[in-house]
Each structure stands twice: as structure tokens, then as C-alpha cells.
Design a protein around this ligand. Structure first.
Ligand code: ZN
Length: 406
């Protein structure tokens, strides 16, 4: 479905920010050895709404294509995410303490990692559409396996009552009908309930040129300005906001029914920064810098390949598919992309290419000259680990300024 009106405010005043090209769905990966067959590709154009400031994708792809039931992502596996959820529970305890009977509901609760930080204190309940919810149930984090909708909200209330705290981390950008979800959240919340959302942050995307977070699962790229607009449409007031490091730069936003809590000064500070940093001129500058990084990366890779040296990719997160397809990397440039043992992606091709995804031990056995970090946003965590485990080559950081480390 082509977006002709803003997903939040219904305005038709949508200006193009950048066009990344036609991308294959990032989780559709053919097995190694299969002959290339017809594969869908969807245009990835990013639009900015002049009326509510929302930055959004210009095409909505059927979620059944993007999120197959075997969708493999589990949040418990990444240290930075585990740390972040522990940080969230500490922040809630300091700012808006919960009583022992107050319920916490997490939307898109995955394997229950976030809720496990709240479950020792009192009741919790997860709502999760994928099989990851079964993992949570096994860990005694009660989880309803369902998409978030009215029925799921009512089931939660029937089982556990209303929630003092509702959380939605890294799901708010993915859900198609955002207004329906907002109404479900309002239904779930007690009168003095607090809603916390964490989303990849538009300002971080602009600052560090994270065009690789643009793919069809991410329908919207939020700023505090656009989130505030959305929340206020539903009678919620932003009471606190803070930048956090997850996914290369996210924003955590607290809201509650208007007038229930005082508004922290963090809110005004962030809104002021956005007013100067998220302007049409800055978007234009962002686009030209993205194009420049593509050319710079090519120059760097060209010199390496001219010397006949080998490059392996490290990590095949969704964002790797965007980077590889946008820059135009193929199996003549990258021999392979490596994933940690147990990843379901091993044995398949990176979407849109014939670059095989293989097991990480290959890096230490074959010692290529270079390792291209496709999870570059956690490069500082990855590089020392891989060197300590015996990798002797150099690293390539593809963004924000392509360069060699080591
Ligand atoms: Zn709008």
C-alpha cells in the first residue's frame, strides 16, 4: 500500500527525504545453493510530514510477508538490550515507583526479557505475536501469544486487571494501525497509569547516517516532536523523555493522562534540540552525506579488492540487508557474512544477493584480511571480542564515516 496520507495525522503534505532503492523483505532468505528465483522488492522512500513532523516509509508492506510466524528475533540475546531493560526498571523505580500489586504489561514482549526485570516485584503480563512468547511462558512470564489488538487488551484485563505501567519497546514503529494500538493502551492503563515507549530515534538516524535502519518493518522513524503529537491525539501527555543507546540510538518516552504528573524539563530540552536539528535543510544535508558514505565505502573496498585481499561481513541483522543492497555489495566483494552459532540465518543467502551466511568460526579458521562490521552500531563491543578470540585481520566500519580499524 502506497502512503499518500500521513499515518498519524492524515495530512497529504508529505515531502520526500531519501530514496534507498527497491529492497527485498529482510527476513526472506533463500537457502544456499538454490538458483536465484523471482523475488519481490519494495521501494524504500522516506517521507516527512509537514504537519505532525512524522518521518515515515512511503510504502506499507503486508505484515504477513514481513513477519512470518517463525520470525526468529529474540531480544534476550543482545547484551545492550538486556542492560537497557534493567536500566528501564531502575529508572521506573526511581521516578514512578510501583507498588507490589501494580501490574506491568509489555506489548511485543518477545521472550520476556523486559518483564523479567519487573516480575520479582509484582505481577507482569506479556503480549507477543511470535513463538518467542512460548520461551517467556517457560520462564514463568505469563504471555498471551497474539498480536496487540482489542481482544488481546481485554484478555489481559480479564486475567490481570488494569496496568499501572504499559511498555512498548521497539515495536511502536512496526505496527500498522497505530491509532488502534493507542486506544488499546488507553484501555489497559489505570487512571494514573504510565505508558513508556522506546523507539529508534530519528535524530540518531540523522546524526550518524543510519540509513541502514530504513527497511519495511520500520514504518515510522520517531522524534519526540512526532511522538508527542501522536500521544496528545489520544489524551496522553509526555512527562519525561531520554535518549538511550539501543539500536544505535533510541528514545525512551514516558506519558500519562494529561495533568496526572508533572512534566520533567527533559521534555522541553529535547523538543528544542529537535526544532533546530530536524529541519528540511538538515534532511537535505543528511541525504547528500548518505550518498557520500556509499561512495567512500566503495573507494575503500576498491583498494582492498585491487590488492586481491579477502573481506568477510560480520553479522546479518535486518539492517545489513539494507546496507548491502543500497551500497550494491555482492559475493565478489564479500566472500560471506558470518553469524554466531545457532543463528537461523546460517545456510542462507543475504536477501537480494548470493552472499552466503555462514558460521562465525570461519573467521578464525580462514583469517580474511578484513572484517566488515555490518552491526557497526555495536562495533565497539564487537571488535575487542573478535580480536580476543583470535581474529588477526583488520576491521571496516561502514558508517557513519567508512574507515579501517586495526
Ligand atoms: Zn502527519
Amino acid at each position: 500500500m502506497v502512503v499518500t496520507r500521513c499515518q498519524v495525522c492524515d495530512s497529504s503534505r508529505l515531502d520526500p527525504v531519501i530514496f534507498i532503492g527497491y529492497l527485498p523483505p529482510v527476513n526472506t532468505m533463500p537457502a544456499i545453493g538454490t538458483r536465484p528465483a523471482e523475488q519481490p522488492a519494495y521501494p524504500a522512500q522516506v517521507l516527512h510530514c509537514r504537519d505532525c513532523q512524522l518521518v515515515q516509509l512511503g510504502l506499507i508492506v503486508d505484515p504477513a510477508i514481513l513477519f512470518p510466524p517463525e520470525y526468529p528475533y529474540t531480544s534476550g540475546t543482545t547484551k545492550i538490550l538486556r542492560d537497557n531493560f534493567a536500566d528501564l526498571s531502575r529508572e521506573v523505580a526511581a521516578l514512578y515507583p510501583l507498588g507490589p500489586s501494580d501490574l506491568v504489561v509489555d506489548i511485543g514482549s518477545n521472550d520476556g526479557t523486559l518483564l523479567s526485570n519487573f516480575s520479582a516485584r509484582g505481577p507482569v503480563f506479556g503480549i507477543e505475536p511470535t513463538q518467542a512468547g512460548e520461551l517467556a511462558n517457560h520462564r514463568d512470564i505469563p504471555t498471551l501469544i497474539s498480536f496487540m489488538n482489542r481482544q488481546a487488551a481485554r484478555t489481559a484485563i480479564a486475567k490481570k486487571g488494569k496496568a499501572k505501567l504499559v511498555t512498548a519497546t521497539n515495536v511502536f514503529a512496526h505496527i500498522e494501525d497505530i491509532h488502534e494500538i493507542m486506544e488499546c493502551i488507553l484501555e489497559l492503563l489505570t487512571d494514573d497509569g504510565i505508558f513508556v515507549t522506546e523507539s529508534h530515534y530519528l535524530l540518531a538516524l540523522i546524526e550518524t547516517l543510519q540509513y541502514d535502519t530504513i527497511y519495511h518493518e520500520h514504518l515510522r522513524h520517531y522524534s519526540l516532536t512526532s511522538l508527542k503529537y501522536l500521544l496528545e491525539m489520544h489524551g496522553l501527555e509526555v512527562i519525561h523523555a531520554r535518549r538511550i543507546p539501543t539500536h544505535g540510538g533510541s528514545i525512551r518516552v514516558y506519558s500519562a493522562r494529561t495533568g496526572k504528573y508533572s512534566v520533567c524539563k527533559t521534555v522541553g530540552e529535547i523538543l528544542n534540540t529537535e526544532a533546530t536539528e530536524l529541519t528540511p535543510e538538515k534532511f537535505h544535508f543528511f541525504r547528500s552525506k548518505v550518498v557520500q558514505t556509499k561512495l567512500d565505502l566503495y573507494v575503500l573496498l576498491r583498494a582492498i579488492k585491487a590488492r586481491g585481499q579477502r573481506i568477510f561481513g560480520i553479522g546479518a541483522p535486518s539492517r545489513a540487508t539494507t546496507l548491502i543492497n543500497y551500497v550494491g555489495l555482492d559475493d565478489g566483494i564479500l566472500d560471506c557474512v558470518l553469524e554466531i552459532q545457532g543463528s537461523y540465518k546460517i545456510g542462507k543467502y543475504i536477501p537480494g544477493t548470493l552472499i552466503p551466511v555462514q558460521e562465525e568460526s570461519k573467521l578464525f579458521q580462514e583469517q580474511p584480511d578484513y572484517a566488515l562490521l555490518l552491526s557497526w552500531h555495536i562495533g565497539d563491543e564487537l571488535m575487542p571480542k573478535l580480536s580476543a578470540r583470535g581474529f588477526k585481520g583488520k576491521f571496516i566500519m561502514p558508517l557513519p564515516a567508512p574507515h579501517v580499524v586495526g
